[in-house]
Design a protein. Sequence first.
Length: 255
Amino acid sequence: MDGDLFPLKQAFGEFLGRWYASLYADTQALVEFTQRGMAKCVKLAPGRMIDDAEAMLASYQKDQQGPRGANALLPVVLVAMGRDYTATGGDWAGRQAPRKMVCLTDEPGASIYGYRQAMHDVRVQFAIIAAEEMSARSLAAQLALFFGDPGLNRRFYAKHTFGQYQLQMPVMIENPDLMFAVAGQSKTMTVLVGEITLKAVIPYFDAPKAGEDNDGTTNNPPGYPRVSSVSIVQAQMGVEALVDGAGTDRRPPEA
């Protein structure tokens, strides 16, 4: 019940964890960066921070301490997801799926639920902040290289929960060509910023509300009632036929 963006943030953090684990340390600062641990190196920043990356760093450093002062915390990578909402354009298939009835498992006793699907454009920004240029450039290059691998990193999956069910929904990277620009530079600091867009598939489910008829299962939640058989009248022949739940016409054959 944390909202549709929380599974995306969690999955994207795990995605960046694979990047961090693959880093090659080609400067002394990156040797320390790779040993510090992902939780202290890559931080999720609130909102969009591209216009004030150094202020975001100051806020991040406020309660931090290190044996060599503030620069002991550098390099650092700040990541921010936009708070705005943008529906994916019509040129992407599956961007909006109207409501239909689905089973989330093929096991016996599976329940039927209503299902809708949306696809969001989620903008993600990176601010790479290092005490010197070479470490900043190396991190930017290796992050761009990671995103540019179409075989492994063009998509990842976010885990969404509905009752007892967990679904892996795809998140596609719109354009893996990640480029960085200088957003701040001094004798003791280099700030590089880049941006990328994620295409996130978000599921929306519905089930019978409290007091409404359901299928009587112990599933969480119970699904919509199944129709075992209905009678229909064949319009042209005026003959009543029995149709079972699978849609099979069980009318007796003509003599």
